[in-house]
Design a protein around this ligand. Structure first.
Ligand code: ATP
Ligand code: MG
Length: 468
């Protein structure tokens, strides 16, 4: 995957940074002459790291940034290979130090060092031309949340399926509310699958007509005060004297949606829970949407709800709607192409919707090229036929991963899509490649298991029918 390839850079950079550090600190025996070179490289790597998040984000739309990332990544591999070469030399020469190596080996090492430093300098010089925003800048976060802001409004007639899912959630809530005053139910599933849409359908159901409603788009930036203020503002439209969640009129029925929760810090989640436990006879239903199974499980106080992908037929229905298929004279001809495209959506509503828009008023040969193209693996802004919005949306999940998890996931890209992978083998390969971080609590094998669970939780890996 071209995209993942470009995005992997930060993970690779972190790994190589670690490798350089351990070489400097003498874990790998080197001749002292090179310490300065390595220190210089380390500083350069650290300065680049601060801008990488922005670079990764922009790589979705800017080809030049993608090329720059690729160049940086290749330079990282080069550094890593050279350090591995030193390591092999020093192991081979056992107690001998670098000065005992042959003159030609010394020369080669010195040349390699110079070349790598030069290449790294060139790459970092270029990064100034892109005016990347540093990781700490608030611009990055603002853009994310404003892009994805949601509201409770939904055009129910345009929604395909999800009747059964809505029914199941309503049934669960009505049953639990008989015995529980405070319910938190999280809907989880992969990006774009329709979690927010399902939450909208439930939130707007007549069953909650008498409830005091509040809809909060939490987003990637978790701000407890903002969440609280937003809830109070919305609830006070119906209960004007309400200025605090601790002092509410007695016996209220409240329904709150916390849409798009990404925070997985247990402490912060517990604080939020505490705030929402309103008391004073209130019955409170909290519906949460998140991509992350572990957040869903941690935050819910009833069984979280796993939202499954749509069927291919449903995706086809969405494509038909968005492309105004029924009004076309050539629809008989297009039908089988459209169904092939629908299959490629993998049950993701957002994919079907994006493609539907793209196919609108396109000729039959253009439908064919969408079906046959590689848009599923890459995206460029110059290519307006690419479902770029969809990829950018799914990429958010990837960008949130820890660097080592990115590496492990990136490694899975060597397997063809749909390939069955034996879990223990995969973990073993990650360990051998040194992709797993070190921990004082867990063994590499245990951490590998945790990574597999996290990737499964984010739907980046799937259980196969025969285990995995
Ligand atoms: N069943 C459906 N029928 C038609 N359109 C749908 C359906 N489900 C979702 N959509 C559309 O697909 C898009 C993505 O859906 P939605 O925002 O609900 O996904 P999501 O799972 O919440 O994604 P994310 O993880 O990015 O928050 C929306 O524009 C929505 O209107
Ligand atoms: Mg959503």
């Amino acid at each position: 995957m071209a995209e993942v390839g470009a995005m992997l850079t930060s993970a690779v950079l972190k790994m190589v940074g670690k490798q350089v550090s351990s070489t400097i600190s003498g874990q790998i025996k080197l001749q002292w002459d090179f310490t300065d070179d390595l220190k210089d490289m380390k500083m350069t790597l650290e300065s680049v790291e601060a801008f990488l998040k922005d670079a990764e984000r922009r790589s979705v739309t800017e080809k030049s940034v993608r090329l720059w990332l690729r160049r940086l990544k290749n330079a990282m591999y080069d550094i890593s290979d050279t350090i591995n070469g030193f390591e092999a030399d020093s192991t081979h020469n056992k107690s001998k130090i670098f000065s005992n190596l042959s003159i030609s080996a010394k020369k080669k090492t010195a040349k390699d060092m110079r070349r790598m430093r030069g290449e790294l300098k060139k790459i970092t010089k270029q990064h100034r031309d892109f005016s990347f925003v540093s990781e700490n800048s608030s611009n990055i976060q603002k853009e994310d949340s404003s892009d994805r802001k949601t509201s409770p409004k939904v055009e129910e007639t345009a929604i395909v399926g999800r009747i059964q899912e809505k029914r199941e959630i309503l049934a669960c809530l009505s049953e639990k509310i008989l015995t529980q005053d405070f319910i938190i139910l999280a809907i989880y599933g992969m990006g774009g699958i329709g979690k927010t849409t399902l939450a909208q359908l439930v939130f707007n159901d007549k069953q909650f007509k008498e409830y005091f409603p509040a809809w909060v788009h939490v987003s990637q930036v978790f701000d407890l005060d903002k969440i609280e203020t937003s809830i109070i503002t919305q609830l006070s439209k119906r209960a004007p004297n309400m200025i605090d969640l601790d002092i509410v009129p007695p016996n209220l029925n409240i329904i709150i949606v916390l849409d798009d929760l990404w925070e997985n810090d247990g402490f912060k989640l517990d604080n939020l829970k505490l705030k929402l436990k309103i008391g004073n006879g209130a019955k409170v239903i909290i519906l949460v949407t998140t991509r992350d199974k572990s957040i869903a499980t941690r935050f819910s106080n009833v069984e979280p709800y796993k939202l499954e992908p749509l069927t291919n037929d449903m995706c086809w229905k969405i494509i038909k709607q968005k492309s105004a298929f029924e009004g076309r004279y050539d629809r008989e001809w297009l039908e089988h192409i459209g169904k092939d495209i629908a299959r490629k959506c993998g049950g993701v509503a957002l994919a079907a919707q994006s493609l539907g828009y793209i196919l609108h008023s396109k000729r039959a040969d253009e439908w064919e090229s969408v079906r046959d193209s590689n848009i599923w693996n890459e995206s460029t802004s110059e290519d307006t036929s690419s479902p770029h919005h969809m990829l950018a949306s799914l990429k958010l999940s990837y960008l949130r991963m820890k660097p080592c998890l990115k590496m492990c996931f990136g490694y899975c890209a060597i397997f063809p899509k749909g390939q069955r992978i034996v879990k223990d083998d995969l973990i073993h390969q990650w360990i051998c490649l040194d992709f797993i971080e070190t921990s004082k609590i867990y063994s590499p094998k245990q951490l590998g298991e945790i990574y597999v669970d996290e990737l499964l939780g984010m739907s980046f890996l799937q259980h196969s029918k025969w285990g995995y």
